[in-house]
Design a protein. Structure first.
Length: 345
């Protein structure tokens, strides 16, 4: 698995039997992931496993398994045995994780970061060209896996990939004229992060037998949760150190990315913010300037405002679960929202 054992509590306070099933499911996901990323060429196999072997919480596969638990009490899909349903859910979870891993290889090249999950980033461990090509290979592998799940799953995967890439492109571009910067940014997050997490939940619901309305609600929930996840991640880039996050702090600031705290600072009319506004106006190349920007931003009200926005979106995500029947899986999803939202506190 990913460093987890039978005593691991995946979501604090959840039903012990559910936790056991999720651990068992993640073991199956990890075995299948290891199987599909293997390659006859030892170099390719090692490069493809680099970020997967570094660990990670397998957040997206966990969400697929949790969404499938919501459908566990519903009739099994027509013509499918329990084992077949479980295998499809695992393949769906693997395809989502492969897509995520592939995007990380590309992110490492774009971010020029040194660390990812506490190990050298893909571009450092290999080189830019290799990192890009391995990312492409993993995207292709995800497509191979999802092709086993039927035409509808393939279409969803394609739509998700388009949104993910479009969101990343928009994230690297200036805010369009006359657009509200914060609303634009939230829309970008819905595409570049929310779309894939929405698909993780959607696949779990689809392949476990959830009805159309339940699948729709869980898909919308996944997208909101993805926005919360990215907002919290952006806050962590400022608030945490590399021992906590496994990433180089201030990476977004160094690259000049306009995350929510930065957008709020840029919109400030307080003369006392002039120095910070100067520092975050674009990429920060000087190490001393980066340290100064981190210090000033960590103590700025923009961080509290960004945290408040994160909690508001978390409330919206939780509200989507209200129509679903109560049970251990829905309760775990509610707890999961809080865990994601409060990572940056």
């Amino acid at each position: 698995m990913t460093g987890q054992d039978v005593g691991t509590q995946l979501v604090p306070g959840i039903d012990p039997d559910l936790n056991h099933r999720l651990l068992t499911g993640l073991e199956a996901v990890q075995r299948r992931l290891n199987e599909v990323v293997d390659h006859d060429d030892a170099f390719i196999a090692g490069a493809a496993r680099h970020l997967s072997d570094a660990g990670g919480k397998r957040f997206r596969p966990l969400l697929t398994l949790l969404a499938a638990e919501v459908g566990a009490s519903m009739p099994e899909p027509a013509g499918a045995t329990q084992d077949e349903v479980a295998a499809r859910v695992v393949d769906a979870a693997v395809s989502v994780e492969l897509t995520h891993l592939a995007s990380l290889y590309h992110d490492d090249v774009m971010d020029e970061a040194d660390l990812r999950r506490g190990v050298p980033s893909a571009n450092v461990a290999y080189d830019n060209s290799t990192a890009i090509l391995v990312g492409d290979l993993l995207f292709g592998t995800a497509s191979q896996v999802v092709s086993r799940l039927g035409a509808e799953a393939v279409r969803i995967q394609a739509d998700t990939f388009v949104r993910l890439c479009a969101g990343q492109i928009r994230d690297d571009r200036p805010v369009p004229p006359h657009a509200d910067p914060v609303e634009h940014y939230l829309g970008v997050l819905a595409d570049k992060t929310g779309a894939l997490i929405a698909t993780a939940a959607r696949y779990g619901a689809m392949f476990s037998g959830c009805d159309v309305e339940t699948t729709r609600l869980l898909t919308q929930f996944g997208e909101k949760l993805g926005v919360v996840f990215q907002l919290a991640d952006d806050l962590l880039d400022v608030a945490s150190d590399h021992e906590e996050s496994g990433k180089t702090p201030g990476t977004d600031l160094r690259e000049g990315k306009a995350t929510l705290p930065v957008l709020l600072v840029r919109g400030s009319t307080d003369p006392g913010d002039d120095r910070l506004k100067e520092l975050v106006a674009g990429p920060i190349e000087d190490d001393a300037d980066l340290r100064e920007a981190l210090t000033l931003l960590r103590g700025h009200p923009a961080m509290d405002a960004a945290r408040a926005q994160t909690l508001r979106v978390a409330d919206e995500a939780r509200a989507l679960l209200a129509p679903l029947p109560e049970g251990p899986a829905v309760q775990a999803l509610q707890i999961l929202v809080d865990g994601v939202a409060l990572r940056s506190s």
